[in-house]
Design a protein around this ligand. Structure first.
Ligand code: FES
Ligand code: FE
Length: 471
């Protein structure tokens, strides 16, 4: 690669300029982007070292000393709850000679002791000591410079994000208008959501971007890729036809309406333009058909956490799928368990890159802490049935992604393109309460194309965040 930081255009090893892989007029991107080592290294340097990345949910580390092992791009990191209650994210690489400091996926500890020579670090990453320190290090160890490398960490709606860019945009800037929707999906009750168990993890032999761009808004594929669920009689895709896309900063939301239609036979009517005046009518509707994962009792807590505008959006558009750039999905939906019973799906997915041709699919299930046990069980079963390693949705999608990746390696096929040609203009449905650029009717390619624009922008910005060097 050449021309990374000197003002010249970045070129791949064979001289192909990066810009040749994107065509903004045709709205295409080259299949080569899926299977190129140079592109992958650029992504690690400029996407995964620069943007905010989802690390975990606050409920995974409730107590001081709790930790989980995660990744940022291909770097191993540890998410901890410090002794003062603050979440920390730090590189899981020893500053002595590069060993993995923490080899457990999860646990509680007062310190991390490196298994190689025994250097010890605190739950906030500070270097605390080394074996035979006084005898072996006569000049003394400058512990202040030998702590584990720290990432910048912020939270929103219970989600912990981190970035290596200590001087870049805030998490609020990164999430843009999608932050508003994440709140009504994830931060709506007094006790909040909690993660059930550990995340499922499995390897998909494909490039992480195929998941990232699909999650930003590919509603179009659902009626074909996932048609088997309609054939089996579980679901009617016509119910997906009423929906909206919201796009902000490359993040994308799919919203699908349901409640008003489902309770139309009641005598409760809702106007669509004044959410404050409609608050009690909206709450009445939500008690009749609570949002997925909630009960009528929990609906009463919504005004403690959400604005009337957010509550009205839960009425008009209760099913939401949010793709957060670059590699995260938040999914609150209505599905069914393996017995065909209707139940809520609540999942978070992350596509963690493992080289250009492989990613680790990490997937969490969430339930409301205050929900009855039988509801939690049904959410866990429905979420697993739909979205886990054996889930009908993930099996379908992984099959597509792996076949595309295989094709991207072909001598002829790698010269092909991914096309985003279905167009729509921004349009705001009457009474829509939420922020962001909205597209209705939806199922077009705007959200995904906006994801690719954000990707292109991030990949072609020459300055990589400085790496804090060990002293
Ligand atoms: Fe960690 Fe030596 S590599 S103590
Ligand atoms: Fe899908």
């Amino acid at each position: 690669m050449g021309g990374a930081d000197d003002g010249r255009e970045t070129c791949l090893r064979d001289g192909t300029p990066l810009s040749a892989l994107f065509d903004a007029d045709e709205r295409t991107v080259s299949l080569r982007l899926l299977n190129d080592r140079d592109v992958h290294q650029l992504e690690l340097d400029r996407v995964f070292a620069r943007t905010w990345l989802f690390i975990g949910h606050e409920s995974e580390i409730p107590e001081p000393g709790d930790f989980v092992a995660r990744h940022m791009g291909e770097d191993p990191v540890i998410l901890t709850r410090g002794q003062d209650g603050t979440p920390h994210v730090m590189l899981n690489v020893c500053t002595h000679r590069g060993m993995t400091v923490c080899r457990s996926d999860t646990g509680n500890t007062a310190t991390f002791k490196c298994p190689y020579h025994g250097w010890v670090f605190g739950t906030d990453g500070r270097m605390l000591g080394a074996p035979f320190e006084r005898d072996f290090y006569r000049g003394g160890l400058d512990k202040s410079s030998l702590g584990l490398r720290k990432a910048r960490t912020e939270t929103h709606a219970g989600l912990v994000f981190a970035t290596w860019d200590h001087n870049g945009p805030s998490l609020a800037d990164h999430l843009g208008d999608l932050a508003w929707y994440l709140e009504l999906m994830l931060a709506r009750t007094d006790a909040g959501l909690e993660i059930v168990g550990s995340p499922q993890r499995f390897i998909v032999d494909s490039n992480w971007k195929l998941a990232g761009e699909q999650w930003s808004g590919d509603s179009y594929h659902t009626m074909t890729t996932h048609k088997s669920i309609e054939d089996l009689g579980f679901f009617k895709f016509t119910s997906l036809l009423q929906g909206i896309h919201v796009s902000s900063n490359g993040n994308g939301l799919i919203g699908i309406g349901e409640i008003q239609a489902a309770v139309n036979d009641t005598d409760t009517t809702v106007a669509t333009d004044d959410a404050t005046a409609n608050l009690s009518a909206n709450l009445e509707l939500l008690r009749k058909m609570p949002p997925g994962g909630m009960t009528a009792e929990l609906v009463d807590q919504l005004p403690n956490h959400l604005t009337p505008q957010q509550i009205q959006t839960l009425v008009t558009t209760p099913l939401m799928i949010a793709g957060i750039f670059p590699n995260m999905l938040v999914w609150t939906d209505r599905g069914f368990d393996s017995d065909g019973n209707i139940a809520a799906i609540q999942r978070i997915h992350v596509a963690q890159p493992k080289g250009p041709g492989s990613f680790e699919f990490c997937s969490w299930v969430l339930t409301e802490r205050g929900a009855p046990e039988e509801l939690k069980t049904s959410i866990r079963r429905a979420s697993t049935f739909a979205g886990g390693i054996s889930g009908w949705i993930e099996q379908d999608d992984a099959d597509m992604w792996q076949a595309i990746q295989h094709n991207a390696r072909g001598h002829q096929a790698r010269h092909g393109h991914l096309r985003y040609n279905t167009l729509s203009q921004p349009s705001r449905p009457p009474g829509w309460q939420g922020p962001g650029t909205t597209y209705s009717p939806y199922m077009r390619d705007e959200n995904q194309w906006n994801w690719w624009l954000r990707y292109h922008h991030t990949l072609t910005q020459p300055v990589t965040p400085p790496v804090q060097g060990d002293k």
